[in-house]
Write a protein that binds this ligand. Structure first.
Ligand code: ZN
Length: 469
């Protein structure tokens, strides 16, 4: 994807005062010819520096796998200039589940446009500091997802999981079969009012921020999160425990949730000690219907596949994502090592095991370094694949940095990094700069040995937390 830049109306003529008249006329003619022969679409201005609040009302027919939803999204422009459109990521479109209904802005129906497989462009005029209300009607007819997407939005063995399921503010990007396809930014609040067409046990809906559960309605409200997911299974059994004030809830069908809860508790405590306190009031883990595929992280919520629901590494890895992804966002397509490398490192650190990798690829490879289709394919598992390079070699790299810095300096720097950027969006060069600034050891040979781009940006004294990119 190429980021579009706004071309201001004045820019092509900006240097004319210094040009000879003939050159000016030639340029004008060239512009006129270009304008009349090539239908160039205005590229427009947008931002992800927005306050966001979502309220979604939805009706779910569990047997049919159908969700009818109305999303109310309130955004306030916190960027330095006016914007003329909003980019919303809608992953279910790539899976063939989506029917998009009317979209309105401040009560006026508006014509939207798909600019990638998942990017819905919503025109609006929003000056700096102004607020708009976007209303989106949509329906999902959920089916069994391709392997890499089974723990996102899918229906399997009578379980419905909803992950990356609603239109959400994003960068303009496309879906991709390797890695995580959705880049999102912290919202003030995401609220779901869910009604089911049949009465279910109150424990049938697993969601973070559960406020109400009647058997036909569930209200879930999650604050300071960059996404929101939920899982529905009428056969769920709930295991609940308190972990230093965090309400830990495990929803499982095929295993006793106590084993999963014990693992999640260990990971919550270990991660909090290593990287700083868990910032939310609850953490939910839910078993999905698929046995295969990959488990998935969402803020305050984890979707576990059936074959991994009590797997130590997977539970630790997904809990670690509550820090690296949940609290610290990043571009998971361009710099997946920032979330996956650290989740793998954290899981192995908590387990006391090292990495075992056979990759020669740079740790900071983009997901696009591996050919894949939109929602399928790609080499995830070979020595030359995604896991070995980004996850396991990522751990080897982070472990080398940790060894060079020493544990006190490394974990102290990481806790500072997390605290400084909590609920924000981070970049690799800034992290490398933070780590280098926290030690007298020269980390540059390690950076050069593992990374294709070992650029570091040293911290300024007055860094600020940014919510958008
Ligand atoms: Zn992961």
């Amino acid at each position: 994807m190429v980021l579009r830049r706004r071309m201001t109306a004045g820019r092509p003529f900006g240097n004319m005062a210094t040009m000879p008249l003939r050159a000016t006329v030639s340029l004008l003619m060239a512009v006129v010819v270009l304008a009349s022969s090539v239908p160039v679409r205005a590229s427009g201005a947008t931002t992800t520096r927005l306050d966001q609040a979502y309220a979604i009302s939805a009706t779910l027919d569990v047997d049919a796998g159908r969700l009818d939803a109305v999303e109310e999204l309130e955004i306030t422009n916190r960027s330095a200039s006016a914007i003329d459109h909003l980019n919303l990521s809608v992953v279910p479109r790539a899976l063939g589940y989506l029917t998009l209904g009317e979209v309105s802005v401040d009560g006026e129906p508006t014509a939207t446009e798909w600019t990638t497989g998942i990017n819905l462009r919503v025109p609006l005029d929003l000056a700096r500091g102004d607020t708009a209300r976007v209303r989106i009607r949509f329906a999902l007819e959920v089916d069994r997802a391709p392997d890499a997407f089974t723990a996102r939005t899918s229906r399997d063995n009578g379980v419905l999981s909803f992950g990356q399921w609603f239109p959400i503010v994003s960068t303009e990007h496309d879906v991709y079969g390797i890695g995580d396809p959705q880049i999102s930014f912290t919202a003030d609040v995401i609220r779901l009012d869910l009604t089911t067409t049949t009465e279910l046990p109150t424990s049938a809906v697993a969601c973070p921020g559960l406020l109400e559960a009647t058997g036909t309605t569930w209200v879930c409200e999650s604050t300071d999160v960059r996404d929101f997911s939920f899982v529905v299974n009428p056969r769920f059994r709930l295991t609940q425990r308190d972990v230093d004030g965090v309400d830990l809830r495990v929803y499982a069908e095929t295993v006793d949730g106590a084993a999963t809860a014990a693992l999640a508790e260990q990971a919550l405590i270990g991660m909090s000690e290593a990287f700083g306190a868990y910032p939310w009031p609850d953490l939910v883990l839910a078993e999905i219907g698929s046995g295969g595929g990959f488990s998935m992280e969402y803020p305050r919520m984890i979707h576990l596949t059936r074959d991994k629901v009590a797997d130590t590494y997977v539970v630790y890895h997904e809990v670690a994502h509550q820090w690296f992804y949940g609290q610290l966002g990043n571009d998971q397509q361009r710099e997946p090592w920032l979330d996956e490398g650290f989740a793998d490192f954290s899981a192995r650190y908590l387990m006391g095991i090292g990495e075992n990798q056979c990759s020669t690829r740079p740790v900071d490879s983009e997901v696009f370094a591996w050919p894949a289709d939109a929602t399928t394919g790609g080499d995830w598992t070979s020595c030359d694949g995604y896991f070995h390079a980004v996850f396991y070699r990522g751990t080897e790299f982070i472990s080398a940095v940790r060894a060079a810095m020493g544990d006190d300096a490394f974990f102290s720097a990481m806790r500072g990094w997390v605290a400084r950027n909590r609920f924000g969006f981070v970049r690799g060069d800034l992290l490398l700069g933070r780590l280098q600034a926290a030690t007298d050891a020269d980390l540059s040979p390690i950076f050069a040995g593992y990374l294709a781009d070992d650029t570091i940006t040293l911290p300024k004294s007055a860094s600020t937390v940014r919510r958008g990119g």
